[in-house]
Design a protein around this ligand. Structure first.
Ligand code: ADP
Ligand code: MG
Length: 271
């Protein structure tokens, strides 16, 4: 049995709308992620995917429910501060729009090294330059670009800076929220190949959020389907695509443009 790395239990998120009313963006969602697994989260825009991702990444507090990571409750017990500190290293988030999430006044090297300066051990801090170069190389960013500012880089290069920043602390889990949505198809394919290779090389697990079912089919082991904040279906990728149970999932699957793409194996090679 592969062990559970992450478990979310009955997560609820309400956003206040004023006058005592609220919007329930995530409605009692529970799931488990096994170590080494790629869990795809799909659903139409507004279904609560990003909100769930941010809760799991500890960037947003949930209204109700529990997130367990490596057997530690990330919210509410006496060891919570320690659990959060560890989780801040071990869980990293990769964003959709690197230009919005990268500090425009910092060079790539400073951006990538930021988690080390905030969360690193003294040893890591004294090796920042080396660790940054290593993360850049693994992420497919030429080290010659480490002195560039975000606006001097292409969209694909910026995605790789964000990726390098996410892996520099050697996390266990990446939460990726539409990480390639801003890229054109060929750049997207390259970044996905890098992600699959990183996963194999660094023993990573992914929660991969996207509205793109073709992409999710390529990379996921298991899929969660969200609709209006609720988890409406869950299953391994092949059975879910072959025989979607819920009407909503059937609609999503029927709407996929057939591009003849194939799955990418664990090492990032197309079979
Ligand atoms: P998705 O990523 O699936 O498109 P989101 O998680 O971004 O969905 O949003 C889910 C719902 O929550 C949407 O109705 C959205 O408008 C609402 N929402 C998201 N963030 C906030 C916020 N900070 N304040 C109020 N409402 C929000
Ligand atoms: Mg979103």
């Amino acid at each position: 049995m592969t062990e559970t790395l992450l478990e979310a239990a009955a997560i609820v998120k309400d956003f206040p709308l004023g006058r005592g009313r609220h919007l329930r963006a995530v409605d009692h969602v529970s799931f488990k992620l096994k170590r080494g697994e790629v869990l795809g989260v799909v659903g139409e825009s507004g279904s609560g995917k990003s909100t769930l991702a941010r809760i799991v990444a500890r960037l947003l507090p949930q209204t109700e429910g529990t997130v367990w990571f490596d057997k530690a409750n990330l919210a509410s017990y006496s060891g919570a501060r320690f659990a959060r500190a560890k989780a801040r290293r071990d869980i990293q988030m990769v964003f959709q729009d690197p230009l919005a999430s990268l500090n425009p006044r910092w060079r790539a090297a400073k951006i990538i090294g930021d988690p080390i300066r905030r969360l690193g051990t003294p040893d890591e801090k004294s090796n920042e330059e080396k660790l940054v170069a290593e993360a850049a190389e693994r992420s497919g960013l030429p080290v010659s670009l480490l002195n560039s500012f975000p606006h001097q880089l292409s969209g694909g290069q910026r995605a790789r800076v964000d990726l390098a920043r996410a892996i520099v602390m050697r996390p266990k889990l990446l939460i990726l929220d539409e990480p390639t949505s801003a890229l054109d198809a060929s750049l997207q394919a390259h970044v996905i190949q890098t992600l699959m290779k990183l996963r194999a090389d660094l023993d990573l697990s992914y929660v991969f959020v996207t509205h793109d079912l073709n992409l999710i089919r390529l990379i996921s082991d298991r899929i969660l389907v969200m609709q209006k904040g609720k988890l409406v279906e869950e299953g391994d990728v092949d059975s879910l695509f072959a025989a979607p149970k819920e009407a909503y999932t059937r609609e999503l699957v029927a709407a996929i443009p057939r591009l003849g793409q194939r799955r990418v194996d664990r090492a990032g090679r197309a079979p």
